[in-house]
Every structure is written in structure tokens, then in C-alpha cells.
Ligand binder design. Sequence first.
Ligand SMILES: [Zn+2]
Length: 297
Amino acid sequence: MSVKDLTKLHPILLNRIEELRKQCDKHGLRIGFSDAVRNREEQNRLYAQGRTTPGSIVTYVQYPNSQHNWGIAVDFFIFVKDKNGKDVASYEINTMNQVGMIAQNIGLGWGGNWRPIDRPHLYLPNWGSTPGLLIREFGSPDKFFASWSEKETQSNVVVPKENIKPTVPILRIGATGDDVKALQANLNRHGAKLKVDGVFGQLTDRAVRDFQSRRGLVVDGSVGALTQAELRKEPSLFFPKGTGLGFVDALNSIKVDSSFANRRRIANANGIPFYTGSARHNTTLRDLLITGKLKRP
Ligand SMILES: [Zn+2]
């Protein structure tokens, strides 16, 4: 976790944090970087902290679920002078926020928009706010590292944006507060049975993942703009418990009459006028059901 690790960062991130350093200089802010790339051992040691080893909890994720495992994130701090004129690290909130705004202007993602807030955290936003897409596309960080091209290494261009729109806070496990209450109420509208207590714990995480899976979203338990947009849509008529179920089991799981007669009524309402109970018909209906598109008979 020393600064030499910076060289292992994605080349585009490296360029952007150099640009960030320059822009901060202009504002009289001096920034430093701490955590950069974490390997499996480092991530899991950090995950153990506050759980099986002493200290307080500092991360909610195990390898390879942190952006730090993929070389696309870095944590920053502010340099200030102590009373002896020595440089020390500071995490003063207003200054961190100022750096966060500058960072977003040059195309970096900022953990200050996350709930829970992770103010020191800067990342390349190309793959969203979690490594979900990277895991799907590359499988392991090593394969991702191997894919970094010469071209990217030389890409230097940073186009500062004029204005930054306020971003939607990204909610994830560990978040608390009114945003989480609204989320829980919304998940309940879509069939979850959560206590609306404003605490994003394991149950809320499971409900989010279940919802994401049913709606064909990336299943990462992280609620950003896409998941919020999907949550604002009309709730599905039915709320099956799992996605690996057949049509009959799916209906049973949500206590809907799965008799042939009722399935035929449902089929009729969903564009299958001559329902035979065939595997093909059932699969079609099951898919409509689990994606929330099944119409009421
Ligand atoms: Zn971080």
C-alpha cells in the first residue's frame, strides 16, 4: 500500500490522478495518495479487520470485489503542515469535498457520492461503481491487467468538463439514513418484506440482489442510477423467490394458484391463446414472470 503501488494502477487512472494533482496545486491544495492496488492477501487482511482481527471495519467486500483489486481505484488525503511545519495527512471534510468535485470534473468517480460515504476513494468510472462488470468480463484482475494496451498507456488526454451534475448517491451495504428508508420502501413495493429502518444490512442487500436479478441488471447489491430507475417502474404482479425455478414452482413460491386452469388463464392474458403446458410455453411465462413483465389475467 505504499506509493510505489501507484505505478500498478490502470494507466488512464494514473494520468487522471496526475492531472488531479496539478489542478489541486492551482487551488493551493496538496494531495497525496495512499491505498492503490490491493492483492488478494491485502484485501482479505483488510476485510478481516473488525471481524476476526482487532480494529474497526474498513471494508465491506472481499477479494476481488473491491475496485482496488482491479487497479482502477486510489485513495487520497490532504497534506497540511502541523505546528512544527511538518507535512501531515489530513482528512478534513470540506477540503476532501473540494478535491472530490475537482476529481469529478476530470472524469474520475468519487466515493463521496456513495452511501456509506468513502471520501478518500477515487476511481475510473468506466465500469460502474463496483467491479461487477469487470468480474463478468475478465474473471480475474490478472486477466484484466493483461488486457491493458500500449495505447491506453500512452493516452494522456483529459478533457475537463464544464459542470458536474449532482450525482445520485450510490447505496450499498452499510449505508444508513433516509435514502435507505426510501430504498427499502421501494423494494417492498416490488415485493420485498423489509423493515423500513434505514439500515442497509444483509436483508436489504439480498432484496436488492434479488430485484436486480429479476430485472436483468448487474447483480452487485449496489444501488445506483440504473437500479433506482428500475425501482421507479411499475412493480411486477408476482414476486418469485428464485430465478432458477420452472413456471409452476415460481407460481407456487409466490402462492399463486398453479393449477392448469389458472396457468391457462395467465397464458391467455400473455399472448399464448392455446396454452398446452409445454416446456416452451412454461419457459416463456416463467421468463415474463421473473422479469416482472407477466400481465395479470
Ligand atoms: Zn478506496
